[in-house]
Design a binder for this molecule. Structure first.
Ligand code: GRF
Length: 219
């Protein structure tokens, strides 16, 4: 079966990209990263992509008059690469309608909190200052809001007595690296269906019978 063609957008270090690459190149998920694009030429994610031999693109948002123009260029690059699923991994730009309408229900994001708690930036600090006892991470489909789209998968981690922003972020990041590839695999298997705010996950289908055996095999 053809692998799902994934385009990853990242503005930073790229550890989520790395975990996706390990899973896809290791044949653990039915997806292949066909393009890594960034709005920042110095993003660590681009370096990781190059090391893995994945095509990269830099599209600097500062070169565009509007968000829509930038998104149009990004969409063109993704289409050119035949991308079927867009994976945002630390991509620090809000998407306009132009982008959302080009890939309806085909854009995912990962956020380092248990949404809907603590959207936006400085998330670990927000959770610590609030005094929450648990935090975690969320993979969701992207809609027009900030970290508001339908939730696909979440992981919970405890907040410990002596946690700093850094130690909490590291505990959450370890879970991010586990759940993002899983969300991509569920999508690749065609098992995700959005119903309003809820994402329904269909049971795994049995592989289709490809051979007819006569006389029948036992069992
Ligand atoms: C992650 O914490 C992710 O949840 C957030 O941005 C960070 C990206 O980290 N959206 P990395 O670039 O994947 O290492």
């Amino acid at each position: 079966m053809a692998k799902l063609r994934v385009g990853v957008l990242a503005s930073g270090r790229g550890s989520n990209l790395q975990s996706l690459l390990e899973q896809s190149l290791g044949g653990k998920i039915d997806a292949q990263v066909v393009l890594v694009a960034s709005n920042k030429a110095d993003a660590g994610a681009l370096e990781k992509a190059r090391e893995a031999g994945i095509p990269t693109r830099v599209i600097d948002h500062r070169g565009f008059a509007s968000r829509e123009d930038f998104d149009t260029a990004m969409v063109a690059a993704l289409r050119e690469a035949g991308v079927e699923l867009v994976v945002l991994a630390g991509f620090m730009r809000l998407l306009s309608k132009v982008f959302l309408e080009a890939f309806p229900q085909r854009i995912m994001n990962i956020h380092p909190s248990l949404l809907p708690a603590f959207p936006g930036l400085n998330v670990q600090r927000q959770a610590l200052e609030y005094g929450a006892r648990f935090s975690g991470c969320t993979v969701h489909f992207v809609d027009g809001g900030l970290d508001t789209g339908p939730i696909i998968i979440q992981a919970v981690v405890p907040i410990l007595e002596d946690d700093s922003e850094q130690s909490l972020a590291a505990r959450i990041l370890a879970e991010e690296h586990r759940i993002y590839p899983r969300a991509v695999q569920l999508f690749a298997e065609g098992r995700l269906r959005v119903e309003g705010r809820r994402v329904r996950i269909a049971p795994k289908a049995d592989p289709p019978e490809t051979a007819l055996v006569n006389p029948a095999l036992p069992g």
